[in-house]
Design a protein around this ligand. Structure first.
Ligand code: GRF
Length: 190
């Protein structure tokens, strides 16, 4: 069973979908850059090791990244999932876990992604663009922002009655399906 670390910055509903999924991986560690991230509470509720590693306890960015790497090694982590993680993952970590870090993005990459496209901002841009479909993407993490190789996508249609909030809800629903399934497929092949 591969040992997975999940990085969160907020609610952690994608983390919850991974915890609830019965697959070929175990969520061994949750790391957050936000002390009050509800994702840390979800980890605690399920007895999963969790660490806040952020500006308050590691003000120096280099020390922060070194601590993340140290904790990953200490827990024998095989795979990393970014699930609503808002900090950029240091290149040293990306290189150490080459092709073993995946991210879930709430749009059909290469549309509506890259710097500044996160959370509701993505759905706001989708709504304003007038596109009739959007969706979610699971991709490998490389040194860029949302630029790694695409692994899986799923789509939702956008109707005339949709709002930014209903689009966000529709996309989050498919995120919760494609992330665990994609991670399971990857871990099973390892
Ligand atoms: C999700 O929409 C994800 O695609 C994006 O950030 C959001 C995180 O939501 N990266 P949650 O914290 O998993 O509920």
């Amino acid at each position: 069973m591969l040992k997975v670390a999940v990085f969160v910055s907020g609610s952690g509903s994608n983390l919850q979908s991974l915890i609830d999924y019965n697959g070929s991986f175990e969520i061994s560690l949750v790391i957050s850059d936000k002390k009050d991230a509800y994702g840390l509470k979800r980890a605690k509720n399920h007895g999963i090791k969790n660490e806040y590693i952020g500006k308050e306890n590691f003000p120096n960015i280099q020390n922060r990244n070194d601590e993340i790497l140290r904790v990953l090694k200490e827990n024998d982590i095989d795979f990393i999932v970014l699930a609503g993680f808002l900090s950029i993952v240091d290149e040293k970590i990306v290189n150490e876990y080459k092709n073993k870090i995946i991210n879930i993005h709430p749009s059909l990459i290469p549309s509506f992604c890259g710097i500044g496209f996160y959370g509701k901002r993505v759905h706001d841009a989708v709504y304003k663009s007038g596109v009739k479909f959007t969706g979610a993407t699971v991709h490998f993490v490389d040194a860029g922002v949302d630029t790694g190789r695409i692994i899986a996508q799923d789509i939702v249609s956008i109707t005339d009655t949709d709002t930014i909030d209903t689009i966000a809800e529709k996309v989050l629903e498919i995120e919760h399906k494609i992330l665990p399934k994609t991670l399971d497929d990857l871990c099973f092949k390892k």
